[in-house]
Design a protein around this ligand. Structure first.
Ligand SMILES: N[C@@H](CCC(=O)N[C@@H](CS)C(=O)NCC(=O)O)C(=O)O
Length: 238
């Protein structure tokens, strides 16, 4: 049988992160709540991909090679050598990447138009609400902001995070997942952040997590999924 040589990746990002398998989807990431959304989805899909570590310790996200793909210097980012029309597609913003992969494979998104838009609505809810608000709470509770004498910024993000958890609690009452029986990219967007809030940020007591039993139930089901367990550790941290 004739072997075809895969086309090399010409995007500048490959100069810093060379592809061993240029025919596979390339992921540039770090296992943070935004990063693992994509590795979890790729693991769930079983799509062949190659993961590259973007280390914040060495400020890789500020390197010219990374900025050539994402001028916003944030992970995750992907390069799909087989994008629309068979052409390479470079993409950043985790929500856009989840939507792209779900539509490319027809997985983890409902096929009917109404269900599809409802799923995207919850992905947007995570991108515009959960992510930024929980992230700020992490800054003011665990990182540099915790030493600020003025607690009003922290309290503002605590209140907003509680309100968002209340929205999730209401939505998940009587539902297995955000979209009911179907596990979708909405769950994959939201639950890494809920896990981070009560785990890494240690803010469970602060937000009264015990008051949100349905959120806790779905978080427990999410972290038990084998693809989630794998995705949470990809790319390995050196
Ligand atoms: N809205 C972006 C946010 C991405 C983001 O904030 N990534 C963080 C890690 S979770 C990052 O790369 N920070 C590096 C930096 O700010 O220099 C997305 O969802 O992709």
């Amino acid at each position: 049988m004739r072997q075809t040589t895969p086309t090399p990746i010409t995007h500048p990002i490959a100069q810093k992160w060379p592809a061993q398998h240029p025919e596979r989807l390339q992921l540039y990431s770090l296992p943070t709540p935004n990063g693992v959304k994509v590795s979890i989805l790729l693991e769930e899909m079983g799509l062949p991909y190659e993961a590259h570590l973007v280390s914040f310790e060495t400020n890789d996200q500020m390197s010219p090679a990374f900025l050539a793909l994402n001028p916003n210097n944030k992970i995750p980012a992907i390069l799909d050598p087989n994008g629309p029309g068979g052409q390479p597609l470079a993409l950043f913003e985790s929500g856009a990447i989840l939507m792209y992969l779900a539509e490319k494979t027809g997985q983890f998104i409902p096929q009917d138009a109404a269900g599809r838009y409802e799923t995207l609505q919850w992905v947007m809810f995570q991108m515009g609400g959960i992510g930024p608000m929980f992230g700020q709470l992490g800054f003011f509770h665990k990182f540099a902001g915790k030493d600020f004498e003025d607690k009003r910024p922290r309290d503002r993000y605590v209140a907003e995070s509680k309100r968002l958890l209340g929205v999730l609690e209401q939505r998940l009452t009587g539902r297995a997942w955000m979209m009911g029986d179907a596990y979708t990219i909405a769950d994959i967007a939201i639950f890494p952040w809920v896990r981070g809030l009560v785990g890494f940020y240690g803010a469970g007591d602060l937000v009264g997590f015990a008051d949100f039993p349905n959120v806790a139930r779905v978080l427990a089901a999410f972290v038990e999924r084998p693809a989630v367990v794998r995705g949470l550790a990809i790319p390995a941290r050196g």
